[in-house]
Structure formats: structure tokens, C-alpha cells
Design a protein around this ligand. Structure first.
Ligand code: GDP
Ligand code: MG
Length: 439
């Protein structure tokens, strides 16, 4: 993945004192390759890489930040720039009704997103969702059921009706009669791009004069995303993109690629199956996910403020003395628990390898209680100096916590693993090494 690749690039750059031209070239070669593989438009890749080079070279390499930190922030800022700095809200027509037309491949999330958007617009608007996918019999019912659950008015075809464009046209009068000022057209998709569908969509466009034509893209689409965005954009003229299923595997490629290919902003992000799981697209957060780095804004601040030799000294010292103890581990584990479903959290952790280590550790609530009991059964001295916990102490702790020596062993092994990760992160970010969520 793009994330792993970036991790590798920066692992190579880690620990060097200054950024040489050679360093920059190596890093940029990898960045270029990663972006091209993610199907980002070639011209855009070239622009980004050149921008990074200019900024990396032109800037005096600051003494107190590592080369990897410097490159990290520059790449991050450029990725944010490509995906769009600020979120772009959905347009509302000055002359109601506002019409949104949802387009995209089958399964991309059009129907779900139609209701998500309607629900989001309930504040301040009276939305109507319209079933214009007449190709699959179940599609109309799917929209009706979702709309009903979300408390959104619904309009669909008469039984046996086959003409989607006619339904879109009729929805206007229905909307007016129900005082709805926002019409959301849920259209048909295909597994592949096809001309017949495009013609239908073109007709629907001219019949319903949409305020927004939103392309819905599954963030798992990968390589295909660019072609899809390009094709829909050429035929229909898109005004925005909705990236769905961002709750799954973190993939940044499509976000970069689609933005570049269609040249229209990514406006919204689907992040779950429920109708409330819709967020404004946040390029900063997306860029953080792409490069697998948690608190980029904090790092940027540090890079910007770190200037003097005294700073290096202080930072090095604090990293050296900053020991990761079992007490810290307990705090971290509790923090992770509070953050919600592990799968959602793990991919945002700023630590390479964290995902695997934590999955191995199987942090479930029951297990967590035992972990807690074990750590609480230790003396403060043991918690701060885990290396003194040998055979006798392990037995005592196991008994005291109502667990087993084997579980105490497991916990200590897990601790060693986390300690290793903290060190890596400390080196990488020069920071405290906490699990920070991206904003
Ligand atoms: P359509 O064929 O484009 O209308 O796609 P649907 O709206 O029917 O969605 C296809 C599947 O993807 C359904 O099972 C949805 O529940 C699911 N889905 C849509 N958006 C999201 C999302 O943001 N996250 C997750 N996890 N699932 C989604
Ligand atoms: Mg559908």
C-alpha cells in the first residue's frame, strides 16, 4: 500500500543528520512511484514531485529535525494541496428545488449515500429521495426502506414503470406538492461503464437540471477509479465526488487519483453502513491516513518551530529519558479502548507495525480486564522496571490478579513489543509517542 511504501521510504531516511540531494532524489523516486501506482494522473505526479523538490532543496535543512520529518511534512502538505485544502460544501440552488444526481458504478454506494445526504440536509431543508434505478427490482425497495428509517420522504416509479428519466421528471411535481426543496436522484449503476447507461444519465441530466452531479466512488476501487471518474466526468460534467467505505481498509490512492482525474472536489466521505455515517471530506485527515502518520499538524508545528541547537539537545534528552513503562502501557491500552472499534482505530495509529502487533494482542474487553488486573497486581517499582519481574514475582502477580503465569508472560512480551514500537515512533517523529488520533 501507499502507506507501507511511505513508511519504507522514511525508514531509509531516518537517523541521518542532514538532507542531501541524494536523499531527496531517493525519496522523490519512491514518492513518484507510489503516486503513479495509485493511479494519480501523470502530470499531477510530476507537479507534486517538483513542488516537493523545490521546497526540500530550497529550504535550509534545519538542524533539529530529522530529514524524514522534513520530507514527511512536505509530502503531507503537497498531498493536502492536491486533494483540496478546505472542504467544499454541497451547492444549494438559489431557485428551489435543489437537485442532486447521484451517479457511479453498481455497488459504489449511491443508494446509501442518497439517504445519508438527505438525512444530513434535514437540518434546514426538506429533502426528497427519488428511486431512478429501475434496472434492479430490489433497488427501489432498498431506497424506500432506508428513507423510511431515516424519516426522509420518498418518491418512486409506478409498478411496472421502466422509464427512469420520466420518474426523475415526475419527482419535481411531487416534491412541489410536498413542499420539498431538495431532490436527490438515486440512479442506476453498472458493474462496468456502458454507453446505454451513460445515455440514460445524460437524458436525466437535461431533464432535471441538477445543481450537483455527484460521483460516488468506492474507496476500494483502486486502479479503476480514475477511468470511472474520467468517463463520468466527460459525459456528464461532475461537480463533486463522494468517497465511500472509508471505514474499511485505509486507501488513499483513489482520493488522490479521483481528485486529479475529475478535477472536481471530493466533497463527502462515507464512513460506515448506517445513514448517519457521512462526513465532510477532510483532505488533511486523508493525507495523514495515506502516509500513515497520526499527528501531522503537531509535527508540522514542531518542524516549523524547531530551529536552535538547544532544541535538539532537549529533544534528544527527553527521548532518552522518556521510558515507556507498564503504567504507560495501561494508559495507552485504555485510550485505545475508549476510541471505539479496534479496526477503525488501528489503521490510524501513527506507529509502523502497530496494526499487526495490536491485532496479535487481541485487545478485547475481557482480555483488557485481565491486563489491567495483572498490571494493578504489580508494585509501582515493578511497573516502572519491568525487567525485574522474574519467576517468583511472576507467580505472585499471577496469583494476585487471578490469572496465570502464562498470561503474565504474554503481557510482558506484549509490553516489549509496544516498547519497541514507541522507540521507533520516537525516532521517527521525535515526539512523545502517544497514540494520537488525526483531527
Ligand atoms: P449502489 O449500488 O451504488 O446503490 O450501492 P449501495 O448504496 O446499495 O451500497 C452497496 C453496499 O455498500 C451496501 O451494502 C452498503 O451498505 C454498503 N456501503 C455503502 N456506503 C458504505 C460506507 O461508507 N461504508 C460501508 N462500510 N459500507 C457502505
Ligand atoms: Mg443503488
Amino acid at each position: 500500500s501507499l502507506k507501507e511504501r511511505f513508511e519504507n521510504i522514511f525508514a531509509n531516511l531516518r537517523g541521518k543528520g542532514k538532507l542531501t540531494e541524494e536523499d531527496i532524489n531517493i525519496a522523490l523516486r519512491e514518492v513518484r512511484r507510489a503516486l503513479l501506482e495509485a493511479d494519480v494522473n501523470f502530470k499531477v505526479v510530476k507537479d507534486v514531485v517538483e513542488a516537493i523538490r523545490t521546497r526540500a532543496t530550497g529550504r535550509q535543512v534545519v538542524e533539529s529535525v530529522t530529514p524524514s520529518q522534513l520530507i514527511f511534512t512536505i509530502v503531507y502538505e503537497e498531498l493536502v494541496r492536491i486533494m483540496g485544502d478546505a472542504p467544499v460544501p454541497l451547492a444549494v440552488s438559489p431557485k428551489p428545488p435543489t437537485v442532486y444526481m447521484m451517479v457511479g458504478l453498481q455497488g459504489s454506494g449511491k443508494t446509501t449515500t442518497s439517504v445519508k445526504i438527505a438525512r444530513r440536509m434535514l437540518k434546514g431543508h426538506k429533502p426528497l429521495v427519488v428511486a431512478c434505478d429501475l434496472r434492479r427490482p430490489a433497488a427501489v425497495d432498498q431506497l424506500r426502506v432506508l428513507a423510511e428509517k431515516a424519516g426522509v420522504p420518498f418518491f418512486g416509479p409506478e409498478p411496472g414503470e421502466r422509464d427512469a428519466v420520466a420518474v426523475a421528471k415526475k419527482s419535481r411535481a411531487f416534491a412541489e406538492s410536498r413542499l420539498c426543496d431538495l431532490i436527490i436522484l438515486d440512479t442506476a449503476g453498472r458493474l462496468q461503464l456502458d454507453d446505454e447507461l451513460m445515455c440514460e444519465l445524460e437524458e436525466m441530466k437535461s431533464a432535471s437540471e441538477p445543481t450537483e452531479i455527484l460521483l460516488v466512488v468506492d474507496s476500494m476501487t483502486g486502479q479503476e477509479a480514475v477511468n470511472v471518474a474520467d468517463a463520468f466526468n466527460k459525459r456528464l460534467g461532475l461537480t463533486g465526488v463522494v468517497l465511500t467505505k472509508l471505514d474499511g481498509d485505509a486507501r488513499g490512492g483513489p482520493a488522490l487519483a479521483v481528485r486529479a482525474a475529475a478535477g472536481v472536489p471530493i466533497k463527502l466521505a462515507g464512513c460506515g453502513e448506517k445513514t448517519e455515517d457521512l462526513e465532510l471530506f477532510d483532505a488533511r485527515r486523508m493525507a495523514q491516513r495515506i502516509i500513515g502518520m497520526g499527528d501531522m499538524e503537531g509535527l508540522i508545528e514542531k518542524v516549523q518551530s524547531a530551529t536552535s541547537e538547544a532544541d535538539i539537545e532537549r529533544m534528544t534528552q527527553s527521548l532518552k529519558t522518556n521510558r515507556f513503562t507498564l503504567e504507560d502501557m495501561l494508559v495507552q491500552l485504555r485510550q485505545i479502548q475508549k476510541l471505539g472499534p479496534l479496526e477503525k482505530v488501528v489503521e490510524m495509529l501513527p506507529i509502523p507495525g502497530a496494526s499487526k502487533a495490536l491485532k496479535d494482542a487481541e485487545i478485547d474487553p475481557k482480555r483488557m480486564k485481565q491486563t489491567e488486573a495483572i498490571i494493578l497486581s504489580m508494585t509501582p517499582k515493578e511497573r516502572r522496571n519491568p525487567e525485574i519481574i522474574k519467576g517468583g514475582r511472576r507467580r505472585r502477580i499471577a496469583e494476585g490478579s487471578g490469572t496465570s503465569v502464562q498470561m503474565v508472560n504474554q503481557l510482558l512480551a506484549q509490553y516489549e513489543q509496544m516498547k519497541g514500537m514507541m522507540k521507533t515512533f520516537g525516532k521517527m517523529a521525535g515526539g512523545r509517542g502517544g497514540f494520537k488520533m488525526p483531527r
